[in-house]
Design a protein around this ligand. Structure first.
Ligand code: ADP
Ligand code: ADP
Ligand code: ZN
Length: 215
């Protein structure tokens, strides 16, 4: 089963994707994670993407689709792929259709996480991750059980994203509204969209997504 998790920055896409990976053996393909890895490795794509990401704008469709295509070609897609942060505009919708069709695959569901815009800034500025294993946390909403120690791997090092600042949030939200939200009607026309309340507790959101996948 191949699905898209769609929602604005801070909606909980990454949080939910990693829970689906653990619960269902699916594989998370996050273009944001892939781009951050490319920036860190200093690849040509990473060098181009760095400033664009820091400004909260969209990296070119060509760079993002190449990353996704390469990853799909590696195989090892478990019980299915969760596209997290991709597609983000109409062009990328077409690219994904083509990437899947070329590989004899299809898209099964689009899960939209709906959230009140008012909570997103707090979710984004309070977000941090384990530097070792990438587990996601939040200053208020999801602290490690033992303060300062990762629940999953025991690491004591954490990091914050350089683009998770109050300054980029307005840009990122405007791009979501202007370019990403308009792809929903395309998928609605295909009967693929399931809406889930992203304002609920993390565990409840997972349960609602699972119900949408099994329904
Ligand atoms: P996205 O991948 O959509 O940008 P994240 O999954 O990184 O969003 O979530 C943003 C922040 O909000 C993280 O710090 C995460 O721990 C927290 N978070 C995610 N889902 C919820 C929720 N349902 N309630 C409260 N906080 C949440
Ligand atoms: P969030 O869910 O908080 O918006 P992501 O990790 O999905 O963050 O993306 C971080 C940044 O990476 C985006 O602001 C954008 O610059 C770039 N990016 C990620 N995915 C895409 C994509 N599909 N197309 C273009 N740019 C992307
Ligand atoms: Zn960890």
């Amino acid at each position: 089963m191949n699905i898209i998790l769609l929602g604005p920055p801070g909606a909980g896409k990454g949080t939910q994707a990693s829970r689906l990976v653990a619960d269902r053996g699916m594989v998370q393909l996050s273009t944001g994670d892939m781009l951050r890895a490319a920036v860190k490795a200093g690849t040509p794509a990473g060098l181009k993407a760095k400033a664009v990401m820091a400004a909260g704008e969209l990296v070119s469709d060509g760079i993002v689709s190449a990353l996704i295509g390469e990853r799909l070609d590696e195989g090892q897609t478990g019980t299915g792929v969760i596209f997290d942060g991709f597609p983000r505009n109409g062009e990328q919708v077409e690219i994904l259709d083509q990437l899947l069709a070329e590989r004899g695959q299809r898209l099964d569901r689009v899960v939209e996480l709906t959230v009140d815009e008012g909570v997103l800034t707090e979710r984004i500025v309070g977000r941090f991750t384990c530097a070792q294993c990438g587990e996601g946390y939040h200053d208020r909403f999801k602290q490690p059980a033992v303060p300062g120690t990762c629940d999953v791997c025991g690491s004591v090092e954490f990091k914050r994203r350089p683009d998770d600042t109050a300054e980029t949030i307005a840009t990122r939200m405007a791009i979501y509204r202007g370019e990403t939200a308009p792809i929903l009607p395309l998928y609605e026309a295909r009967g693929l969209v399931h809406r889930v309340d992203g304002m609920a507790e993390i565990e409840q959101v997972t349960a609602a997504i699972e119900a949408a996948l099994d329904g």
